[in-house]
Design a protein around this ligand. Sequence first.
Ligand SMILES: *Cc1c(COP(=O)(O)O)cnc(C)c1O
Length: 394
Amino acid sequence: MELQFLTRCLYGTNDFENVENTGSISFPIYQTATFKHPGVGQSTGFDYSRLQNPTRQHLEEILASLENAKKSFAFSSGMAAITALMEIFEPGDELIADADLYGGSIRLFDNVSNKNGIKFTRINLSKEDPREYITKKTKAIYIETPTNPMMNVIDIQEMARIAKENDLLLIVDNTFLSPYFQNPIDLGADIVVHSGTKFLGGHNDTLAGFVVTSNEEIIEKMSFIIKTVGSGLAPFDSWLIIRGIKTLALRMEKAQENAFKIVKFLQNNKKVKKVYYPGIEGHKGYEIMKKQARGFGSMISFEVESSELAKTILKSTKLIPFAESLGGTETLLTYPTTQTHADVPEDIRIANGITDSVLRLSVGIEDVGDLIKDLDQAFRAYELDDKAVCLQGA
Ligand SMILES: *Cc1c(COP(=O)(O)O)cnc(C)c1O
């Protein structure tokens, strides 16, 4: 029976053959480091949990199925997944990476991958043509779409076409939309990466990461890498992500519905200079998003009139925590300048539009009226501050 997306969030490929059938509805946590061999040269299919563990395997099957891919590999964090993926490259290889990436990815590329001899050319791929930067050594194009935090949208099909023509791999970090809203492999990408910490886990309680692909050569390389470097996801954490994915669709829908209402609130606020959300019809990437995704997600960035106002908002929200991360049930307010993008050189950060007046909201599944009330009082806290200053001046 071919299962639809919502059902696959619960059952994955519905393959319970590898586990004892006790009738357990929840997939068991195989909290074991090693497995007994039936005899010399014989295996149950599981030997040692660094190589594979039934709970991790079940999770990997679910995610591969949601991304319409042959295989996924679950790692201990998104960064562990991207770090492991970089091992498919050799010293001397070059990658073309989008300029506006998750700060941790930029830090990895500049400080670790670079040291290992991999070179990165960073350009704004929502505007510039990568073909001008391809050399004989270029092996891959690496993108996120929408980008973090500026919400630039990149045409995945167009990038895939350029990648194929030039014999490059297209790697897409699909964290912001999750497979519920976007499937890059269907659009021609070769590899998808995820921070499973975000929408997939969805509860701000577990770190995880994924590499997903249908390319047999990469599957073989990644199988070798995950067992060799040892950063595969632990059984209990795998189970938490399995549980999180059960409600992926419901959470994504509710969070997006809330996001649209918060975008309206921000657009009507005179102290907000610009709202970055790809679901706004005037947004540069709106038409591409409509073509390649099934939704716009629940990440919003916005620029307020001054950095003082941004800082006042950050310390004045009562319900919404000022915290790093995204994609969870709880709405979080982030300050990219000092948090997610603190390690990105200032000139690049500013060139990407991440000024110290930009705030990022990851909208959760709370009552949206409560969220708007909280934001509204945080904006007003600034007016009160303003008045206090005026009175002092007088
Ligand atoms: C958070 C994040 C990562 C890193 O994932 P971790 O699970 O925090 O290691 C990578 N890419 C994007 C887009 C992210 O938001």
